[in-house]
Design a protein around this ligand. Sequence first.
Ligand SMILES: CSCCC(=O)C(=O)COP(=O)(O)O
Ligand SMILES: [Mg+2]
Length: 275
Amino acid sequence: MALFSVPTPVTTILLDIEGTTTPITFVKDVLFPYIKENIKKYLLEHWQEKECQEDITQLQKQAACNESQTLAFKLQRAEKDSHIDGFVPIPSAISDNETENMIQAVVDNVYWQMSLDRKTTALKQLQGHMWRSAYITGQLKGEVYEDVVPSIRQWRELGFKLYIYSSGSVEAQKLLFGYSIEGNLLKLLDGHFDTTVGHKVESKSYRNIADSIRCSPENILFLTDVVKEAFAAEKAGLHVAVVMRPGNDALTDEDKSSYCCITSFHQINFPSENN
Ligand SMILES: CSCCC(=O)C(=O)COP(=O)(O)O
Ligand SMILES: [Mg+2]
């Protein structure tokens, strides 16, 4: 088993979820189908609630269809969503009759975003809120690979700080680790970041995380399955390793020669273990 030796300045480990701590199949075959099967029922039941209305407002802003926005805002947003093939707008409801149309537009917009595996903050917030009751009632349990819990326990014992950075909302992350197949893992984690700090393929996001935890980028090791994320993190000065799990996107030969690659957290070796 090839080992990845953690560079000496590293004090903090930042973990991606999907494809790193957790099988992609759990997200694609369990979490996402739950949203598709339940979105309409969820909207009908929660429509009047403040949290649900806030989620809809965010989706409308993302879709550039909130009529209260200025033209400049609409144009700026239009570059985000409405240029994409199959774009589904969300109108504002005016009368009760139109609420039904609006709910259907939200359903269609969510289906459309999910068909492209979009990682917009608006979509991720709504998904997190929808998964809440399924985790609490035991209908969902967060999956983690078998090497994850023993490794992160060991890293903590060695004194490392552990953070999560995922496109899934902070609430969705806390649900996944709080109601996991291995019990409540939240006490093993020092904090969580989602796309509200920026998108995972942008270097600035990693600098924001470093600033937020008062840590120099060179003290952080980021583990992810996505090469574009590894590239952005490295550009920000973080150390990176790319995680290859069954079912992850295959890496090119160039990726494999550009990054340290591991298939299990057990391959991570710390300076103190070398002595
Ligand atoms: C945090 S649970 C939901 C996973 C999710 O929605 C997602 O987009 C995962 O993306 P990641 O950044 O963890 O690869
Ligand atoms: Mg990932």
